[in-house]
Design a protein around this ligand. Structure first.
Ligand code: TXA
Ligand code: MG
Length: 367
């Protein structure tokens, strides 16, 4: 298949191209498009054949459910039932925006879209190109991140092309995304008896959720740990965000971390292997690796979140095989673990990208 490429911005939406994209989706085709978090791979959420095509294009296991994207609040009642009052409070506070809610699904949503679950993930994105596309489609666009399964989520259309060229009808290039990490996912299906559960941390932080709906529980997978038993967000059990090289996170006092990483990268160089380091503005000058990438200043967690997936892709482009990252645990942003802002979301993605390989160096404190 020949993939069509179009470019547009939120300020200047190409209405004709959106009309074409909407038609492609209605006819069962696939369109990759920008959102405020990462690029999505869209299909008609109410058409089982479209969802099957999404899984095939991504190379994604079909028990890993898709998020249904809507462009007006009233659409919620069509796809979900028994909606708790907390969902409307969260929608009021954070929609449109980077928040996904898990609710009980209505029959109109096919099992193919929800990976066989009787719940559905719903998100109302704030990106105007995404909204225009959803409207043109008719209101219900299933969209996982637009990467091949296991790869870092795309923050640029170029990365969608890398993963999906020839596998989808159209890719809409809307420039670099704003946030750079996927939406926060909160499970509301245990209400009213139980509490909301944070399944995937993101830009809408735990404390922002709690401000709106009171105490929220944490799923083990949301902290980067392995969930015991069946994970609540099925996607959390698969290898994720992986660069082609092998990545290890190094934790410990700052000087010990830089010394350790330099020792390791020097040894790799002697063996002729290319190395990469994810560091911060504060430490970038200390390293001797082949590819040194600062994720931003350690005091700016939004910058770090924004650059993480791009850096993982850049290591691949540069052919770096042995990769190290400083740790970005909650404490390093000044949080206390529960009031951690986006540190939680950053570490969740980094730990998965590293396949849980972490080296803890002796000594107190973080880098
Ligand atoms: O920011 C985002 O959410 C992006 C953009 C494109 O909107 N989308 C995205 O989708 O990240 P995806 O498919 O890469 O991640 C969706 C996650 C998966 O971990 C999946 O298991 C979980 O949501 N999920 C979907 N439906 C669910 C459900 N009914 N119950 C529990 N988890 C669900
Ligand atoms: Mg994904």
């Amino acid at each position: 298949m020949e993939t069509i490429y179009v470019e547009m911005t939120e300020e200047e939406i190409d209405e004709a191209a959106i009309e074409t994209a909407g038609r492609i989706l209605r006819e069962g085709g696939l369109v990759a498009f920008p959102t405020e978090t990462v690029y999505g791979l869209g299909g008609d959420a109410l058409n089982p054949a479209s969802s099957k095509r999404i899984y095939a294009a991504k190379g994604r296991p079909s028990d890993n459910p898709l998020i249904v994207h809507i462009c007006e609040l009233s659409a919620l009642g069509t796809i979900a039932r028994d909606i708790p009052e907390e969902a409307f409070r969260l929608a009021e506070a954070y929609w449109p925006g980077p928040l996904t809610m898990i609710l009980h699904k209505n029959d109109i949503v096919p099992a193919e879209t929800t990976g066989g679950l009787d719940t559905v993930a719903v998100r109302f994105p704030s990106h105007r190109v995404a909204q225009a596309l959803i409207r043109a489609e008719g209101g219900y666009v299933a969209a996982p991140s637009a990467n091949r399964s296991g790869r870092p989520s795309p923050t640029l259309a170029r990365y969608c092309r890398e993963d999906l060229d020839g596998r989808v009808e159209m890719i809409i290039d809307g420039g670099e995304v704003g946030i750079g990490l996927e939406s926060t996912i909160v499970d509301l299906t245990g209400l009213p008896a139980g509490r909301p559960v944070l399944l995937r941390p993101g830009r809408i932080t735990l404390e922002m959720l709690e401000e709106t709906v009171g105490p929220v529980d944490l799923d083990a997978a949301s902290l980067g740990g392995e969930s015991s038993g069946r994970p609540k967000a099925p996607g959390m059990k698969y290898r994720h965000y992986a660069p082609k090289g092998s990545l290890t996170i190094i934790e410990g006092p700052r000087d010990a971390v830089t010394a350790y990483i330099n020792e390791q990268t020097d040894a790799c160089r002697r063996e002729g292997r290319r190395t990469g380091v994810i560091c911060t503005d504060e430490t970038a000058a200390c390293y001797r690796a082949d590819v040194i990438r600062s994720a931003g200043s350690r005091s700016d967690e939004e910058a770090v979140a924004h650059s993480l997936f791009r850096i993982l892709r850049e290591f691949d482009e540069e052919g770096a095989e042995v990769l190290f990252s400083e740790s970005f645990s909650e404490e390093s942003f000044g949080g206390d673990g529960r009031t951690a802002g986006m540190g939680q979301a950053i570490m969740n993605r980094l730990i998965k990208a590293a396949g849980h390989r972490t080296v803890r160096l002796p000594g107190s404190g973080e880098t």
